[in-house]
Design a protein around this ligand. Sequence first.
Ligand code: ACO
Length: 333
Amino acid sequence: MALVGCGSALPSLSLSNDQLSHRVETNDAWIRSRTGIAARRVAGPGETLTSLATDAGRAALAHAGWQPQDLDLILLATSSPDDLFGTAPRIQAALGANQAVAFDLTAACSGFLFALITAGHYLRCGTMRRVLVIGADQLSRWIDWDDRSTCVLFGDGAAAVALEACPGAEDGLLGFRMHSDGRRAECLTLQQGQERHPLVEGHTAQRGGFQPIQMNGQEVYKFAVREVPAVLEALLKDTGTATSQIDWLLLHQANQRILDAVGTRLGIPADRVLSNLAAYGNTSAATIPLMLDEAVRDGRIAPGHLIATSGFGAGLSWGAALLRWRGPGGSGA
Ligand code: ACO
């Protein structure tokens, strides 16, 4: 598969740490020093997961120079869908991608990476020619805004990548690894409540409704700084790649301290570790394509560049991929 276009969309409201400190007992200095986050975007009226993801998808199509009807598949990575039956078909309709099949994939902050790898397989086996992978989350609706240990971390956003089939020698997915460990699921949850309502004599039925995000921050932190370097080192070994060959380390944007720790462990200089979480916080499935889009558009990522990426988060889930960016119109170096 080749990575040929990207695009993103963000809510208009940027909520600074100072603004948040009026709502919950926190302060800018604590949030910046512990996380690197200065602000996050929060979806307002009229900004839905569907609208943000659609705008991101449209931008990626324009960047790739494609028409909506060129698409065979739209894969939406999200943990905060507008419709639990599937939000991707709504995006398909809004884009006018009438030929595409569209479905959701959920793997929290690993969702975009897992969706990208999934799409790569459809493209490689020849059943699909053009795919849009969208990472989008609106976690603001599942945050307890009175819980300072979680509400400072997350933001809303959407971003997309356009992928197309290509000859094997030009394949931009050079290697990947994926992992899950449900035994540690309780570290980070967004799960159903226990409320029940009477059904018939002697029976009750569960009432749907999710509880706010709950997180054991220290356990998640330890998990990330242990598993992410390990999976990246294994991937580099698999692919016979030296760290000096990597142009960019593109990690899920959860916490600047995690980015710094992984970069140091791998011996990758800080100026090659991409970071934009100061402005957006953790947008879950959107962080990796959001960062990719920003770095492609400002010229840091250029055609032919080698990108080591890693997603990690709830599940627990984590993985890594080695990617070569091609960009629109032509093959990479
Ligand atoms: N403002 C001020 N003080 C705070 C805040 C806040 N927002 N949050 C917590 N504190 C306080 C605590 O109450 C505690 O006070 P105490 O010592 O009086 O009890 C103190 O700060 C230290 O709290 P810790 O939880 O020990 O802080 P820590 O240094 O571990 O930092 C953090 C917390 C930033 C959450 C860190 O653990 C972390 O980054 N973990 C990883 C989280 C993460 O990345 N999650 C997303 C994963 S990706 C996904 O799938 C969604």
